[in-house]
Design a protein around this ligand. Structure first.
Ligand SMILES: Nc1ncnc2c1ncn2[C@@H]1O[C@H](COP(=O)(O)OP(=O)(O)OP(=O)(O)O)[C@@H](O)[C@H]1O
Length: 313
């Protein structure tokens, strides 16, 4: 059987006395973009730094393509490309010199370096800047170069730590397009605390909070992980708010306009919603619309991380 690209087993790390991550386990088996999501300080960078061999874990094991990163770090690193939060750029090099240097650092065969540098520059849209000094590139192009150094040796795994941090909105869209393109033939592990980023480009999500892995699944599963308990009803012959509030299972009511109300249910809603619909019809309130409200990414994130959910009432 083929080895997973990444296998993380019982990974824990402690900085002096405080545990930053505890008992993290997961595998990456395929190409595509996996988003590592979490609040500031959740443990994303710690996890990525260990996977990439930049930090030695306190406990647990990371295998890249079946190779233990602790026992055979040099071999394992051939399969990893890493863009840390702060790109490791040598600003007095020009683009081509810098990538050539990076390719040698990755122990590439000398005969392959030139073509690999040209290919990485092309893929990242920086070929026209090959002779430009790194310090004279804009932030967006420096980030492209950061990604180019992460793929120059054609690794199986590309790890990007908050790759759109600090970029302007147009640069963010361009870098996201580039990451999507890279993910066609690499497994990309990307950390972010920006929910719209996850929604825009990730197929799978792992969420870390206080150093623990608290969610693992597809984007759709993430959306389904928290069920809605609010709904909007439209009643052509609306009663007073109090009457809606007296329906068993309804705990809050907010009048939105003459005919529309937001109802909050005791628990997640389908059973109560059916009851509300029956009562509205039986009492002649002329129910014309009823829709469970979608739970936003922000609300899911807040609930999963145990934070206070914004009260819509
Ligand atoms: N070198 C260090 N020494 C001591 N504590 C550290 C060190 N680096 C990180 N920490 C702590 O470990 C925890 C996890 O930090 P980490 O940087 O992995 O989180 P993160 O999810 O990447 O956050 P951010 O999104 O802010 O980068 C935090 O409490 C942080 O303060």
């Amino acid at each position: 059987m083929e080895e997973p690209i990444v296998r993380v087993e019982h990974l824990s790390h402690r900085y002096s006395v405080q545990w930053a991550i505890r008992d993290i386990n997961f595998e990456i088996n395929q190409k595509g973009i996996l988003g590592l999501l979490g609040s500031n300080g959740a443990g994303k960078s710690t996890t990525m730094n260990i996977i990439c061999g930049v930090l030695n874990q306190t406990e647990g094991t990371v295998y890249i393509n079946g190779i233990d990163t602790r026992k055979q770090p040099v071999e394992a690193k051939k399969y990893i490309g890493f863009l840390p939060q702060k790109p490791p750029l040598y600003t007095d090099h020009n683009v081509s010199e810098y990538l050539t240097y990076c390719a040698h650092l990755r122990l590439m065969d000398d005969r392959e370096v030139k073509a690999a540098v040209v290919s990485a520059m092309k893929r990242c849209g920086i070929a026209h800047f090959s002779k430009r000094l790194v310090k004279n590139l804009s932030g967006g192009y420096q980030q492209r170069l950061g990604i180019a150094q992460a793929i120059v040796h054609n690794p199986k795994l590309v790890v990007l730590d908050e790759p759109t941090n600090g970029l302007d909105p147009n640069q963010i869209l361009e870098i996201r397009d580039l990451i999507r393109e890279i993910a066609q033939d690499h497994a990309v592990l990307l950390s972010t605390h920006i929910l719209s980023e996850v929604e825009a480009i990730c197929q799978n999500i792992k969420m870390i909070e206080h150093g623990n892995l608290i969610f693992s699944g597809t984007l759709d599963e993430f959306h389904d992980s928290v069920k809605s308990n609010t709904c909007i009803v439209k009643l052509e012959n609306a009663p007073a708010e109090g009457e809606l509030g007296n329906i068993p299972g309804v705990i809050k009511v907010k009048k939105l306009d003459e005919h529309s109300f937001r109802l909050q249910f005791e628990q997640e809603g389908e059973e109560v919603a059916k009851r509300v619909a029956e009562i509205c019809v039986n009492r002649g309130w002329r129910l014309s619309e009823m829709q469970m409200e979608k739970v936003s990414m922000d609300e899911i994130f807040a609930q999963l991380s145990g934070k206070r959910v914004v009260d819509k009432f």
